[in-house]
Design a protein around this ligand. Sequence first.
Ligand code: PLP
Length: 432
Amino acid sequence: MSEQDHAAQQGFDTLAVHAGAKPDPATGARQVPIYQTTAYQFRDAEHAAKLFGLQEVGYIYSRLTNPTVSALADRITALEGGAGSVCCSSGHAAQILALLPLMGPGLNIVASTRLYGGTVTQFSQTIRRFGWSAKFADLDDEAALRAAIDKDTRAIFVESISNPGGYLTDIPAIAKIADEAGIPLIVDNTLASPYLCRPIEQGATLVVHSMTKYLTGNGTVTGGVVVDSGKFDWSASDKFPSLSQPEPAYHGMKFHETFGPAAFTFFGIAIGLRDLGMTLNPQAAHYTLMGIETLGLRMPRHVENAKTVAEHLSRHDRIASVSYAGLADSPQRERAQRLYPKGAGALFNIQLKGGYDACVRFINALKLFSHVANLGDARSLAIHSASTTHSQLSESQQIAAGAGPDLVRLSIGIEDAADIIADLDQALAAAG
Ligand SMILES: *Cc1c(COP(=O)(O)O)cnc(C)c1O
């Protein structure tokens, strides 16, 4: 049995500990070493020429590849059920890295209205400097989504579980629309992690992550990754010339013809990381490998705590609503059970009856919760999105993104649920 076949039969928790790693051949080191090196000695001139010509795969320079980072990429590929991955310096870098092979001046993506605030800004403002643009559509309005796709659209971009509202996306339904349009579906799987959702199994072409969140799981790293399913036929139309036609940025290399299902991954390294330089450093990769080892232990605890806390808050007289899709009376209940059977994540909004001012008093009174612009930490975190992460948006964009002025976003950690609830109760009392 090949190593790959063997790995394909292993369970999620085994892959989380072992995939991509084996004892270091030089020293026997059992844990993945931090290969803190910039460059790698070539065997001889011929070896060097082959590496640069992509005729042989190996290490050249750590802006492109590094053994610690490669171990992490392989582990995430296994957990997401993909064909290959490229790690990079942040979740936002991963989004640009995913779009680079697909896009060009005058082309657009169609993106969900329910996205992380930073992503809305990246897509509505910053990518325009490259001549790219984004159109935003409500994923629950299929007609609007279809109408937004035009001849210049090169991808649909969604979040599996969306930040900040905790809205659950019906990935198979969106994948069908992308397939019919002949374009890839890109899923930001940050809030679900591959433990709660494997978008490729549900029809996604590409998966991106902010590894900063649940994958690392303890607030120590900024990192990102792009996973390719290897299933999209880049040569089926003339829409993706960077992959299907001779690529001038790599002396006329035809990536799809040369690398088949690995084309997107090779492009991401050979051109994306080479020319944009948004590389992950090996120390960050090491921390993320450590974090992933316990992903299968942490996620059920995050979900269980989130459910307990959301149920408590939904009965609280100072709370107008709780957005958690894992609640029995959530409008997303059916979707949660069908597509997210292991849980609806651990991030949701609470709507305070006292509006904006009560939200500010509540945030200031929290003690166990940290008031930070982060999520997916072992610690419970809270933020008032409207005055922070989503403050660049108009009020109508804030409301569309699930970040209205009377909402506080909670990221429920893995502490004792009773202590989390006690802190929320005292802060709600103080908010008046
Ligand atoms: C945090 C986050 C990002 C951005 O990731 P960084 O690592 O902070 O660049 C993108 N998408 C989602 C859903 C996020 O939560």
